[in-house]
Write a protein that binds this ligand. Structure first.
Ligand code: DUC
Ligand code: ZN
Ligand code: ZN
Length: 460
């Protein structure tokens, strides 16, 4: 099976050209003007932008969390991702404290194997680092192709590790060529503030926000950067939201240290005023919480300064009935919001169209940098001869609006209901197969493949 995409404006992280793409099987075979090859199927992309498939390296599908499961499973979540131009996601396996990493891998494979429509990988979240866990690290990197290890500096009693465990894990991960991802917020400070607000019967969603002030994140980001510097282990801060935390990363550059930073689309576009809407604010209860307008400006600037490399989602949807678990107590609202389907279009409309980022930067932060940082470039994250044919054909002029009535995520509200966007994903190709066309998904569950990743290079 071969496919030609003719006359599109092809944008990669470092190029911009009108040309044809010839795909044979799963990979790109040729790129050039007026290619002579005849393909089984031809798509006319004149007037359209052509991007590498989006990569969202931070999603939680079918995840057991806070007494329930995130409402998108591997099928609905990866399909919704494809509708939004994201051809690959990286999900998180959570070790259960007291159990092994491999037991968790088996559990996560049980839910994901054969169920994905789009491509996927896992980060391994280490919640209990000890001599037994330590002995498993090498196997993950060398045999399983899982080279990134997530750590939580918060969620005490369930997911959090202490600094002693963090240092031990960093040394082991560094030894084998991996990377540490971190949820960097100060768990003890947050626990204290949650308990205080509950004791004072301050139980509305607003107090979720007030229990995680900026300083809880700035402090943890700096501490994490220090530990990463000390051990020499590459570090990646997930869902960074605010000026204080980004300043910690900026300061680390003064000693020639690189800490990779991911922000998420919601922190660029939404702010904490949404928590003032009584219980409706539960739709945006996530950790870290939404911040202030000044933080949004810092994050956009951070992208352009090369301090923020990735825009992900932390997609962790819960239906309204699940959010109601915290009706009388903000600390019981399952944390997370839906965005896997909206990320690429929101970032284009609000970022590129509003002149905040260039087209090349868009591709960099929505796809290429994640592929590089997480060890799968140039197989993923670019349009080049030999790369997987993961391609998005995008109409930069089409106007549309976001609604739960039309989205494909398994959740009964949208965090962006009524947002008017310019720019729409029209056709998506995953490893040479047309995945999305005319608003239909043409692939079935089971097509999505687990992507084994390579040891991590610091260069991006
Ligand atoms: N934050 C969320 O909002 N949800 C899932 C996990 C996390 O850290
Ligand atoms: Zn997190
Ligand atoms: Zn997360």
């Amino acid at each position: 099976m071969s496919l030609s995409i003719k006359n599109g404006r092809i944008i990669t992280a470092d190029a911009d050209q009108v040309a044809d793409i010839f795909i044979e099987g799963e990979t790109i075979r040729a790129i050039g003007k007026d290619l002579p090859m005849k393909a089984d199927k031809e798509i006319d992309a004149s007037g359209k932008l052509v991007f590498p498939g989006g990569i969202d390296p931070h999603v939680h599908l079918d995840m057991p969390f806070m007494g329930t499961f995130s409402s998108d499973n591997y099928e609905t979540g990866t399909r919704a991702a494809l509708f939004g131009g994201t051809t690959m996601v990286i999900d998180f396996i959570l070790q259960r404290q007291g159990n092994s990493l491999h037991a968790a891998l088996d559990e996560w494979r049980g839910r994901s194997n054969g169920n994905c429509v789009g491509d996927y990988s896992f980060h391994m979240a280490v919640t209990d680092f000890n001599e037994k866990t330590k002995a498993e690290i090498r196997d993950f990197i060398e045999k399983e192709g899982i080279v990134s290890f997530k750590t939580f500096m918060a969620y005490k009693g369930a997911l959090m590790i202490d600094d002693r465990q963090m240092i031990g894990l960093m040394e082991e991960v560094k030894k084998h060529g991996g990377l540490i991802n971190v949820h960097a917020t100060n768990g003890d400070m947050i626990d204290y503030l949650v308990a205080k607000h509950r004791a004072e019967e301050k139980l509305a969603p607003l107090y979720h926000y007030l229990s995680q002030p900026e300083i809880t994140e700035a402090e943890a980001a700096e501490r994490f950067a220090d530990m990463s510097f000390y051990t020499g282990c590459p570090g990646y801060i997930v869902h960074l939201t605010c000026e204080g935390a980004l300043n910690a990363v900026r300061n680390a550059t003064r000693r020639n240290q690189k800490v990779f930073v991911e922000t998420c689309i919601q922190y660029l576009l939404l702010d904490a005023s949404l928590y003032e809407r009584d219980f409706e604010g539960a739709k945006w209860v996530m950790s870290p919480p939404l911040r202030e307008k000044k933080d949004q400006e810092t994050l956009w600037a951070g992208i352009n300064q090369g301090l923020v490399e990735v825009v992900a989602t932390d997609h962790c949807p819960f239906k309204w009935q699940q959010k109601l678990m915290g009706k009388n107590d903000f600390s019981k609202i399952p944390n997370g919001h839906p965005a896997i389907e909206n990320r690429m279009e929101l970032l284009f409309s609000e970022g590129v169209n509003k002149g905040r980022i260039t087209l090349n930067k868009y591709v960099e932060v929505a796809s290429t940098n994640a592929a590089k940082i997480f060890g799968m470039f140039p197989q993923k994250g670019t349009i080049a001869v030999g790369s997987d044919a993961d391609i998005v054909i995008f109409d930069p002029k089409e106007k549309h609006s976001i609604s739960a009535k039309t989205h494909h995520m398994n959740v009964d509200y949208s965090a962006y209901e009524g947002w008017e966007l310019t720019g729409k994903v029209k056709t998506v190709v995953l490893r040479g197969q047309v995945a999305i066309e005319n608003n239909n998904c043409l692939l079935r569950k089971g097509y999505g493949r687990f992507v084994k990743r390579s040891k991590v290079s610091q260069r991006i």
